[in-house]
Ligand binder design. Structure first.
Ligand SMILES: Cc1cc2nc3c(=O)[nH]c(=O)nc-3n(C[C@H](O)[C@H](O)[C@H](O)COP(=O)(O)OP(=O)(O)OC[C@H]3O[C@@H](n4cnc5c(N)ncnc54)[C@H](O)[C@@H]3O)c2cc1C
Length: 346
């Protein structure tokens, strides 16, 4: 089999790069072994405002513009809906926070997303004495369904290998490489935290963060927007809500823990006052680089090997634009901005 690219990993990064290759008429095959599940458990929210400080997310406008077109195209291609628009209500902790919100609202970009009207709380089961700031034009990508559908699609056209990619089987050749019975020009590693096992890229400076989520059943809550306070509460329908997420920089497993559940419940109980039942708990490792920027580019020695990683806490928004930038770099020598290039750590 002869292809232009081998992609290793089919989470948000791998899907975005596969779609970019498809758009550019390049052939590829994907290896995916289910060893990581960050994309599968993600809350899937996209939102251009940092809700702690009310400042814009890095490069938010370009990321969001690219991402929204991209998800629309995938909805058409896979005949399913993934992009669910949902407003975000940020609970204010004080009058000072209210003031900071209204100051931030006036800034360019923020104007389109941050409503300048103070929202009073009318839900007896939510504690929000200082009211809410409301974000509009935000949403949630149902990443789990999207990835499931995409994997099924690639399986059907026989370009998905459900197996572990074995680094020691790479044979470097003059104009490309061979891997088992596949000849390719290049491999793009989209392995998330799995990159730690990759001998060619294991030294990338990661500061991975485990995240845990619970799903609760809360029939009295009756909320249709996302509430953000100490944790987020995301309505899924049928009185189910996803609650998350924790940040743990020590535990490197993707197994749910009692400690994670307790932390979420404690934080949830500070502002949700109705009865609920925990019906599910999930965990994953966010592939984050120490400077919290994505990491893209070629291996310093083997130009047949490239990486697309470091999507951190915002894979939904970042992945589509980074896939485009990596493609332009690999195929047309367009330089990568220093802040996303692998060369920044040389
Ligand atoms: C609890 C939690 C909540 C989150 N919420 C949000 C959110 O609301 N919004 C948002 O934008 N982001 C969120 N994120 C972050 C988001 O999930 C990540 O940015 C994104 O999933 C990273 O995607 P990725 O493709 O780089 O990595 P991954 O999703 O980890 O995908 C890597 C893939 O590579 C495969 N793989 C690895 N090694 C090999 C190998 N040797 N052979 C074959 N396959 C291999 C793995 O099995 C995996 O499928 C959240 C993350 C967590 C953990």
């Amino acid at each position: 089999m002869n292809v232009d690219y081998i992609i290793v990993g089919l989470g948000l990064a791998g899907v975005a790069f596969a779609e970019e290759l498809t758009a550019q008429n390049k052939s590829f095959i994907v290896y995916e072994d289910n060893s990581q599940n960050s994309s599968l458990v993600a809350g899937g929210m996209y939102n251009p405002v940092i809700l702690k400080r009310f400042t814009p997310v890095w490069n938010a406008e370009e990321q969001l513009r690219t991402a929204l077109t991209y998800y629309k195209r995938l909805e058409k291609k896979l005949n399913n809906s993934y992009d669910h628009k949902i407003d975000i209500y940020r609970i204010f902790k004080s009058v000072e926070e209210q003031n900071n919100w209204f100051l931030a609202c006036d800034k360019i970009l923020m104007q389109d997303y941050m409503s300048s009207k103070l929202i009073r709380n009318e839900n007896e089961y939510v504690e929000a004495p200082f009211g809410y700031g409301r974000l509009v034009h935000t949403g949630r990508i149902d990443v789990n369904s999207l990835i499931g559908d995409y994997r099924a699609f690639l399986s059907e056209i026989k370009i998905l290998k459900k197996e572990k990619f074995l680094y020691e089987k790479i044979v470097f050749e003059k104009d490309g490489l061979a891997y088992k019975n596949v000849k390719a020009k290049r491999i793009v590693f989209c392995e998330g935290y799995g990159i730690k096992q990759n001998p060619y890229f294991s030294s990338l400076p990661m500061k991975e963060a485990k995240g845990e989520l619970i799903t609760i059943h809360a029939p009295d809550l009756n909320v249709e927007h996302l509430i953000k306070a100490a944790v987020f509460v995301l309505p899924l329908g049928d009185d189910l809500y996803k609650v998350g997420a924790t940040f743990n920089w020590k535990d490197k497993s993707d197994l749910p823990t009692e400690e994670g559940k307790e932390e979420l419940v404690k934080k949830l109980n500070t502002f949700i006052k109705c009865k609920y039942e925990i019906v599910d708990q999930l965990a994953g490792i966010r592939p984050t680089i120490i400077d919290r920027r994505p990491i893209l580019g070629l291996h310093p020695e083997y130009e047949q090997l490239a990486v697309l990683n470091g999507l951190g806490t915002r894979g939904v928004m970042i992945a589509p634009l980074m896939a485009k930038k990596l493609f332009q770099h690999l195929e047309h020598d367009v330089p990568l901005d220093h802040e996303i290039s692998i060369n920044r750590f040389k």
